[in-house]
Design a protein around this ligand. Structure first.
Ligand code: S3P
Length: 436
């Protein structure tokens, strides 16, 4: 079965909305409540395919997780040593977060297990986690290409490490942190540029002991996690499609309520502000240790910029949307030092570059970035290559295109934003979903 979107040039976006729950926080709430002691409720869990893959895996590890009401779940945590050997291989689907974080956690258990994923996930690099985990004495084997499937064997003990991160990646950091919960003394991680710290925040919220000092993270031993209720804020990476759509279309204003605004996730907002976007953050509050607030966006005139390197890690998922913003800006937008974009659900540098070219936007692809010349988006047919964020990015391009934009291969939008087309339609996007 294949799915596509057809977007007719639309006029504007307006409304007052909430976006689905944060994907990173949803994964972590399932993982960390499963290894906490006692019962915890998750309110606002993202019910997307990626997070449901994590949920199903914990059921196979013998954790009782039940839906209590609309997007609320109850997790019966069994503590750090309560997981059981699964009776089948664990399917991570399209979800890199599930695979990388769970490899860290499962490499410290007293049973063997295997993890696998879909075609896209099976091509993504996994040596980035198996190397540091092996330094911690974990017994992990990958395929010949250093990808999934991943085989994990139990080891006598997990040894602590001091690890300087070669790549700015919260998934690698979190994988190490989850394994280090089982080490007898402290593990230290040094980051080049800080990445999202939801794992550290949630472990501390649940009574664990992690110190964060600028780029240095210290995980102290004897962490015992005690279950607490977790409220999941809206996902800023999903909100970004609404934000950019609103900015580039005329006479638009959107309010997005209760979005996660962790400082290590707001690089996309900072980049858009540098480009001249009119964005306000209001009603700031906290869900546990996570900053949350409302985002108010208006149509804005954008100018091209050189994207500062310091914002890349905190905007890593927002580049497909930011490239559409750049295509609508006056002048040139330059991105360098972003080779990590090649290792997402697709090679987001080349797939976005091809799509922009098909839409009549001049751009030059480099080894670690892209230069985009602002212009007029024409109609086209774009293959998203099964990448959810590429599909959503070209959908909002349809707000300002001169002709229809058709986006092929959109099924995976449900990995992060299950009701995207209905929510965008309600805001004013002229979007039709066709399943054949
Ligand atoms: C994530 C970290 C990022 C991001 C992904 C979610 C996480 O990946 O792209 O969507 O939840 O830790 P990397 O750590 O590979 O940059």
């Amino acid at each position: 079965m294949s799915e596509k979107y057809i977007i007719q040039p639309s006029s504007n976006l307006s409304g007052n909305i909430v976006v689905p729950g944060d994907k990173s926080i949803s994964h972590r709430s399932l993982i960390l409540l499963s290894i906490s002691e006692g019962i915890g409720h998750i309110n606002g869990l993202l019910e997307s395919e990626d997070c449901l893959a994590t949920l199903d895996i914990f059921k196979l590890l013998d954790i009782n997780i039940a839906k209590s009401s609309n997007s609320s779940y109850v997790v019966n945590g069994k503590g750090l040593y309560g997981l059981s050997k699964p009776n089948q291989d664990l399917n991570c689907g399209n979800s890199g977060t599930s695979m990388r974080l769970l490899t860290g956690l499962l490499s410290a258990q007293k049973f063997s297990c295997n993890l696998f994923g879909d075609n896209s996930l099976s091509e993504r690099p996994m040596e980035r986690i198996s190397l540091p985990l092996s330094l911690m004495s974990a017994d992990i084997s990958l395929s010949e290409n250093n990808t999934a499937p991943i085989k994990i064997l139990p080891v006598k003990e997990i040894t602590p490490i001091e690890y300087k991160m070669p790549i700015d990646s919260a998934q690698i950091k979190s994988s190490i942190i989850l394994a280090s919960l089982y080490a007898k003394s402290e593990t230290k991680i040094f980051e080049n540029i800080p990445t999202r710290d939801h794992t550290e925040n949630m472990i501390n919220y649940l009574g664990g002991n992690i110190d964060k000092k600028s780029n240095q993270i210290t995980i102290h031993p004897n962490n015992k996690l005690i279950a607490k209720d977790i409220n999941v804020p809206g996902d800023i990476s999903s909100a970004m499609f609404v934000i950019v759509g609103c900015i580039i279309s005329k006479n638009s204003q959107v309010i997005i309520k209760n979005v996660g605004l962790n400082d290590l996730r707001t690089g996309g907002i900072e980049i858009l502000k540098l480009m001249g976007a009119n964005i306000e953050l209001k009603n700031i509050k906290y869900y546990g240790l996570e900053k949350v607030g409302d985002i108010i966006v208006h149509s804005s005139k954008l100018k091209g910029i050189t994207i500062p390197e310091k914002y890349i890690a905190s905007a890593i998922d927002e580049f497909p949307a930011l490239f559409i913003a750049s295509a609508n800006a006056f002048g040139e937008t330059i991105l360098n030092n972003a080779s990590e974009l090649k290792f997402k659900e697709s090679n987001r540098l080349s797939v976005m570059s091809e799509g922009l070219t098909l839409c009549g936007i001049n751009n030059n692809l480099n080894d670690d970035g892209i230069v985009i010349q602002g212009g007029k988006i024409s109609g086209s047919t774009i293959d998203s290559k099964g990448d959810h964020r590429v599909a959503m990015a070209f959908s909002i391009a349809g707000l300002v295109s001169s002709e229809n934009i058709t986006i092929l291969n959109t099924k995976n939008v449900s990995t992060s934003f299950p009701d995207f087309h209905n929510l965008m339609k309600a805001l004013g996007l002229n979007i039709r979903r066709e399943i054949s």
